[in-house]
Design a protein around this ligand. Structure first.
Ligand code: NAD
Length: 256
């Protein structure tokens, strides 16, 4: 379905971003990976799906590096057809204790980077009259949780950016939508599981159950594979008129 299309997924060396990149590659899209840590493993996983893959190591907190990544993708593949703004970090502390540098980093990586990558991707998408911008927000783009001020503020901002981007392009073939996962067992959440296990003196398995029990009625983690299939739907012909939604996949978290 996505042969001859190129998808750039930020923060795709791990977790949800890698899951989405693999789902899009299974549909035939060439992939531009981004993110830190091991690059060769994720590259090999994408190559095994029979598409082309490239990598750019832009730090998503740095606008000049984002600009360089978008130029690199256009030079390598001609154009970015699908942009998935996924890179994100977390830090947990009360507002009065929140380190200022962490606040700035979370807003830059989780919110501002999506603005930069989108503004740089839209002109070529408009010229082709086809494009998909998928912003990985969170249930925390829809509701709050204590001790996550920067993350919740950034993710509510991402949902707002999604709506405005969708509206500005509503009469074109360029759509913009957000995905709002509940708990997904990636390294980002494993850190929170580990902290809970230590704080309460319980096992890792018990800490996972407690984490799910607080928020997620299904008592199941959403998987990167499930989120990848939602991204595929947004890219499918049936997704043509889905514009500006924030679609939660959260085991019932925000239904409560
Ligand atoms: P993860 O830690 O597994 O992956 C994060 C990715 O972002 C990695 O590839 C990392 O290298 C990259 N990254 C981090 N800082 C970066 C930077 N400055 N520049 C470029 N890349 C950077 O986390 P994840 O859980 O897969 O999270 C991915 C997205 O999903 C985030 O936006 C997160 O907020 C969101 N999300 C996660 C969950 C969850 O439960 N895990 C729930 C809702 C939303």
């Amino acid at each position: 379905m996505l042969a001859n299309k190129t998808a750039l997924v930020t923060g795709s060396t791990s977790g949800i971003g890698l899951g989405i990149a693999k789902a899009l590659a299974r549909q035939g899209a060439n992939i531009v990976l981004n993110g830190f840590g091991d690059v060769e493993g994720p590259k090999a996983e994408i190559l095994a799906l029979g598409v082309q893959v490239a990598y750019h190591g832009a730090d998503m907190s740095k606008p000049a590096e984002i600009e360089d990544m978008m130029k690199f993708a256009a030079e390598r593949f001609g154009r970015v057809d699908i942009l998935v703004n996924n890179a994100g970090i977390q830090h947990v502390a009360r507002v009065e204790d929140f380190p200022v540098a962490k606040w700035d980093a979370i807003i830059a990586i989780n919110l501002t980077s999506a603005f930069h990558a989108s503004r740089l991707a839209i002109p070529a998408m408009r010229a082709a009259n086809w494009g998909r911008i998928i912003n990985v927000a969170s249930v925390h783009g829809l509701v709050g949780s204590a001790e996550k001020s920067a993350y919740v503020a950034a993710k509510h901002g991402v949902v707002g950016l999604t709506k405005v981007t969708a509206l500005e392009n509503a009469t074109s073939g360029v759509t913009c939508n957000a995905i709002c996962p509940g708990w997904v067992l990636t390294p980002l959440v494993q850190k929170q599981v580990d902290a809970k296990a230590v704080a309460l003196g319980v096992s890792n398995e018990e800490a996972k159950k407690l984490l799910l029990g607080e928020k997620e009625p299904s008592m199941q983690f959403t998987t990167p594979e499930e989120l990848g299939e939602l991204a595929v739907f947004f890219c499918s012909p049936a997704g043509n008129n889905v514009r500006g939604v924030a679609w939660n996949m959260d085991g019932g978290w925000v239904a409560q």
